[in-house]
Write a protein that binds this ligand. Structure first.
Ligand code: GLA
Length: 721
């Protein structure tokens, strides 16, 4: 395993347990060509000769060769990864191999979230290439993981000439593969309908997804995968890329004249222009590549293991999170200390462990038209102040959490009146408002310092143990008072770097606080924010049935331990549907689990179910959080029912969830072929009082109980005997 260099052939081979990634120095000039990515190859000794440039047809060479990091204006007319403009107005870049190094471990990426690992678990290859005419040096960084089929990529660009150079495009990853009638899998959505799976056969030309919103967004997701025809959970070849970044991105796939497919991912070049003075560097965010020859399920479990062990940090990374109750859907803006305490009191009696006070506790915030930026407790609402409230909640035996939307400012706020130039907007132009708010210019240090100081004052004033970091609008009118006119193209990325710096300060200064990211529901749910917060609010739509698709798409990549999921009241506030309380509980148990309803007002019958659900959370959360995830059936595909399971790493325990969305006649119940069990072990199924062998459950299958009605759910706990 690891990375080897065949010096004679000038070929690098990166190995993970089941895959190999091969690239080479193609010719005397040193163009870096891509050779192979897929199932493991033992040796590079007998690989056929690499293509080399025929000067008479150099343009053809570039346009037809599989390239490792294609550059612009030299003949590769497919999507390329990097573009520059130097003082001469020249764009072309032709980079040749200069040097390389291979070492154990993985480097940090300056100012950016990234996966991490110790020296035992991965090996890194850095290949330096340069174009001496343009004065640009590019370092490609590849890390191969030893125990997971993961290869990460990032890029550092350096200006090695005396003059300034403009970087106008920089993607992080490129993969050229022969076409195999591939489908493209992406995740699309909207508010309340995040990360729904979309598969479509790729055609000639460019196709892809992107965000130009300044955030990763509800609409497209920074993830793309190529699937061979017929790929399902257990079979088929999958090439996947996921971007560890929360801002503008693009992910493209291009089928070209030679029937090769180019897959690229990186920062969206839209309005991007970065000045590199002599000697300066730019670091592009990381792409996580996973190859699976065993279908989507294997890909999912690889991402889950990687993110749980090599991305998420902090105290809560692998421990149970407190069962919370959030007051947003219970009260919206209409609450005071007494109301919150009445919720906390009831909740504590039923076993709920933390009260989260959502939007509306600060400044003049009685609705969503004002006060963002004024992070000072409104003592008319919270009589006795925050400390009194938190102490009372603590006295009930509960923890306390709080909501902020740190990146925003309302025009009607003391902050805006004092510093109108701190908002991102264009002088003289009436800026686009969204929810009556503007975005703060987080690229500016003084703005970040103000935000951090006002947040920390609140956090230090009482025993706050959880923060929900919200972000409720996209960026528009993108212009900063602090940047020179010819540097305005840096703002989107500088904004993200600022957000990352702020979140890093927060988790460094308050290491015991549990941070949950949120963006109008799940509008910024990506590997970038997972570096700072172990969980992310998945969607403002907590309807149990809508959540099946949302959580299916989310869990395709992200561990269940990261998926913010609550039981809410019915009719559901987002879609108006009424579902059984048990089903809402069963679906939320696949995530972080909590409640978001007025516990003082729901029916006695619903309320009486809460202690049982909390008990189930404590019983099952270890395997939900740490286990291997298997999708058994998909409501989004069959339109009738949904099912998935988690299996403990030692295969001694499993939890199967079955949601019968449309009523099914008892004789027509589906047979679920379970996965991931030990074939030679007998399992006791608690809910059926029955023992069944692992091989029987996986090969003959398991028939869930008929739940008799729409929207019903069943949970089945399997314990090895
Ligand atoms: C966003 C969040 C909600 C809630 C509101 C408060 O929409 O997704 O959960 O916090 O903001 O304004």
């Amino acid at each position: 395993m690891g990375i080897i260099y065949n010096e004679q052939k000038r070929i690098f081979k990166l190995d993970t347990p089941n895959t190999s990634y091969i690239l080479g120095v193609g010719d005397e000039f040193g163009h870096l060509v891509h050779i192979y990515y897929g199932k493991k190859i033992a040796s590079t000794d007998n690989l056929s000769k690499m293509p080399s440039v025929d000067e008479k047809n150099k343009v053809w060479y570039f346009d037809g060769t599989k390239m490792e990091y294609p550059t612009g204006d030299i003949g590769d007319f497919r999507e390329h990864c990097i573009e520059i403009r130097n003082e001469n107005g020249q764009h072309a870049l032709e980079c040749g191999y200069v040097s390389h190094k291979i070492y154990k471990g993985k480097p940090k990426l300056e100012g950016l979230p990234a996966t991490f690992s110790n020296e035992e678990d991965c090996t890194t290859l850095e290949v330096v290439m340069s174009d001496s005419i343009a004065g640009i040096e590019i370092t490609l960084i590849y890390t191969a993981f030893e125990k997971l089929d993961v290869i990460t990529r990032s890029v550092i660009v350096k200006n090695i000439c005396d003059e300034r150079v403009k970087l106008t495009k920089i993607l992080s990853s490129c993969l050229d593969v022969e076409n195999n009638e591939y489908e493209m899998l992406t995740l699309h959505g909207s508010w309340g309908r995040e990360r729904n799976i979309q598969r479509k056969r790729i055609g000639y030309g460019r196709q892809g997804i992107y965000s130009e919103r300044g955030v990763s967004g509800h609409q497209d997701h920074p993830f793309i995968a190529l699937l061979e025809p017929g790929t399902n959970q257990t079979m088929g070849e999958v090439y996947a890329m996921n971007f560890v970044y929360s801002g503008n991105f693009e992910a493209q796939c291009e089928l070209n004249q030679h029937d090769t497919v180019r897959l690229v991912m990186g920062i969206n070049p839209y309005q991007f222009e970065w000045t590199l003075e002599s000697g300066e560097v730019f670091t592009a965010p990381e792409v996580v590549m996973v190859y699976s020859s065993e279908g989507l399920g294997k890909m999912t479990r690889t991402y889950h293991d990687l993110y749980r062990n090599h991305l998420i940090r902090g105290k809560y990374r692998s421990i149970k999170r407190p069962v919370l109750i959030n007051n947003w859907e219970a009260t919206y803006f209409d609450f005071d200390t007494d109301k919150l305490l009445s919720i906390a009191k009831k909740a504590s009696e039923l076993g709920i462990e933390m009260l989260v006070m959502d939007d509306g506790w600060f400044g003049n915030r009685f609705d969503d038209n004002r006060a963002l930026g004024d992070w000072v407790v409104n003592e008319d609402k919270l009589k006795g102040g925050l400390k009194y409230l938190v102490d009372e909640v603590n006295r009930l035996g509960m923890k306390f959490g709080i909501w902020f939307e740190p990146e925003m400012v309302c025009p009607d706020s003391d902050l805006y009146r004092a510093h109108p130039d701190w908002a991102i907007q264009i002088p003289g132009r009436n800026p686009g408002r969204s929810r009556n708010q503007l975005v703060l210019d987080i690229s500016r240090k003084e703005v970040r310092d103000y935000i951090f100081d006002s947040l920390s004052k609140v956090l230090k004033s009482a025993n706050v143990e959880y923060v929900k970091w919200d972000m409720n609008r996209a960026l528009t009118d993108v212009w900063s008072h602090e940047l020179e006119p010819d540097r305005q193209g840096e703002l989107y990325h500088r904004y993200m770097l600022g957000v990352y710096e702020l979140q890093d300060r927060l988790v460094t200064e308050f290491p015991d606080i549990l941070l949950e990211n949120c963006s109008s529901g799940g509008g910024r749910y990506d590997p970038g924010v997972l570096y700072y917060s172990p969980q992310v609010w998945c969607s403002d739509n907590a309807d149990a049935i809508s959540r099946l698709n949302i959580q299916e798409g989310t869990s395709l990549i992200y561990p269940l331990s990261t998926m913010g999921a609550h039981v809410t009241d019915c009719p559901n506030h987002a879609v108006g549907r009424t579902t059984p309380f048990d089903t809402r509980g069963a679906v939320a148990l696949a995530g972080t689990f909590g409640y978001e309803l007025d516990i003082t007002k729901i029916s006695d019958e619903d309320r009486s179910k809460i202690p049982g659900q909390v008990e189930m959370y404590h019983k099952y959360n270890d395997i939900v959080r740490e286990g291997d995830f298997y999708r058994l059936a998909s409501f989004s595909q069959n339109n009738r029912y949904d099912s998935y399971m988690v299996v403990s790493k030692d295969k001694k325990e499993a939890l199967v969830t079955f949601v019968q969305v449309i009523a099914i006649a008892s004789h027509a119940m589906p047979v679920l072929k379970l996965q991931g069990l030990d074939p030679g072990t007998n399992y006791y199924i608690e809910e059926k009082h029955e023992v069944m062998a692992g091989d029987v459950l996986m090969n003959m299958g398991f028939v869930p109980n008929n739940e008799n009605g729409d929207f019903k759910a069943g949970l089945y706990h399997l314990v090895a005997r």
